[in-house]
Design a binder for this molecule. Sequence first.
Ligand SMILES: NC(=O)c1ccc[n+]([C@@H]2O[C@H](COP(=O)([O-])OP(=O)(O)OC[C@H]3O[C@@H](n4cnc5c(N)ncnc54)[C@H](O)[C@@H]3O)[C@@H](O)[C@H]2O)c1
Length: 324
Amino acid sequence: MGLIGIGGQGRIHLRNCLRLKKAKLIGVADISETSLKFAKKLGIRNVYKNYDDLLSNQQIDAVIISLPNFLHFESVTKAAEAGKDIFLEKPLARNVAEGRKILSNVKRNGVKLMLGYNMRFTTTLRKLHEKIADGFFGEVEIVQATNVSHGPFTPKGGIKTLRSVPSWWFNKDLAGGGALLDLGSHLINLLSWYFGEVKNVESYLGYKFNMELEDSAICILKFRTGPLATINVGWFSKDLIQSIQICGTAKNLSMHLSPPSISHLIFRDIRRKLGIFKYDSYYTELKYFVECLWNDASPSPSGEEGLSDLQVISMAYKHSHNLA
Ligand SMILES: NC(=O)c1ccc[n+]([C@@H]2O[C@H](COP(=O)([O-])OP(=O)(O)OC[C@H]3O[C@@H](n4cnc5c(N)ncnc54)[C@H](O)[C@@H]3O)[C@@H](O)[C@H]2O)c1
């Protein structure tokens, strides 16, 4: 495998790639010398400043792309043309038109494409999918999901690799959207996996930080299968706040996915020390991607799912109320 983009998210993938048993990380690419140095320290020998050089390495069958949103179209197209299977960080693209072009290029070249919606690989949220499908809740009527964090504001990568906040995140042209595209795409993808196609959506956008991009959003979604859902996202909190509430005719559930309890954190640290990463969603999604490659299976979350998420987000922007 090859990894393109070793920024905040790419570094997580880099570490996890080194833990994979059925795949080997052959090389990485990044325009930043600091990022390449980081990779070299972890023992990666093939480091490229230009990702075209990584793509021409014939030893590499598949790539993980963790580049800023404005580079998704160009990099996926080049990787597909080089015949590489692709794991692409969410969102698929900046907008629907770009997403459609990506899918057509991927299809034309016959390669696989998976999107990095890691919440889909959280054990509890996977179990919830089974319960909903089994009818445990009866008919689900109302759902509420929250995904709030610091967003791009806090330098990522921990204190040892402290670096400035990448400016592309705050540029509407380069990012394509704010908190709704960034954090909302995770929830829209998750709820669409649970409940199917979104019929209607309306949104309320917040601009606390006076940027051209929304830094918070509340969306109301109506699913064709029946449920009415609200999703809440924001880039304003130092803590990660993730929760879901499901109200059905037979059963209901209210669950906080974060902040994790102290015992959860202790067990996570012990597991990491012992080299057990199977409960880590970022690791699990990569492991699953590799399994799909070995078994010649189509991975999910797929590019098509990513496109339908962008369609919902585009509808949400269109039917939005500005709460500035
Ligand atoms: N799944 C998640 O939970 C999650 C979390 C954060 C970010 N992301 C996604 O990951 C992607 C990257 O976000 P990030 O926060 O890591 O961004 P970032 O800016 O921290 O990292 C991007 C990296 O790409 C490199 N880069 C820029 N242009 C390049 C080029 N032409 N060639 C090679 N390298 C280049 C930069 O030097 C940087 O190291 C985004 O699409 C974002 O939405 C996903």
